[in-house]
Write a protein that binds this ligand. Sequence first.
Ligand SMILES: [Zn+2]
Length: 315
Amino acid sequence: MKSVWLLLVGLTVAPLSTSGFAQQMDFDKVQIITEQLGPNVYMLSGTGGLDPSHDDAAGGRIGVLAGPDGVLMIDSQYTQLTDKVLAAIRKISNGPIRYLVNTYIHRDHTAGNAFFAKQGAVIFAREELRDGMVRLSQAPNASANPVANPAGFPVITYGMGAPVKIRMNAEVVHFIPIRAAHTGGDTNIKFENANVLFIGDFYRNYGYPYIDINNGGSLKGMIEGLYATMKSADANTTLVPGHGTLIKRDDIIPYRDMILAVSDKVRQLIAQGKSLPDVLAAKVTGPYDPKTAGGTGASAERFVSAVYQEITGGK
Ligand SMILES: [Zn+2]
């Protein structure tokens, strides 16, 4: 039993390990696609069908606010794509890249930090995110891990208090801290005037929720984070997940309800004395599988394992 458990826990750390999925990807084939979401606000995504861990679009989404006051970026992609990301930004604006904020720690969102710091960006993130990077930089494989490169560490950090506000390009940008959800250092970023909200990866409509307990994520925080996200949006807000399709506020409701229903089922099975392999064998996500794009066995198992781990306290 123990070996199955360790194997599953191992799966949840893969995106941060140096032997992660990203290495198997042909980066040369990836194009960066730019889409305008509002006045001065853009979304940059990698092309689909190339990234084994995110088939919908390679790497994590990037947000860009551009105008006469310069450029603010959300997230920095895999290191192998930074030149292409910079080229895509340069098609929008030749202004200085002034600020970069990370939605959370995984490499598909932060590995390019050092590159953009060199372009002049001041990096903002949660204190917990920076702490996670410092821990990675002390690991034996640190030199091979772009997330552990001190040149890419956030310079300005914040906690769970009031959102940080950046005013530029006739926009008010809010960095809204989210309680431990996908990871321990999640941030939502809202463009007030464009009415666009970037929500990182604690919501996803490609595969099942990813609660990265090893990086401080939690089921409880994920549910709280979903309520907090709904509060930051109105019915017309465009919500931009780190992966998958754009959504509206009310699309969160069935997602939240699915998480609550699956966790209730897992809780019942645990109360009946079931082990993790028993719970996985019960296929508790079954009713949702046909409706979940990319809801492969591995994604469902990762989700259910994290729920099991949180409810049992890792026992
Ligand atoms: Zn991601």
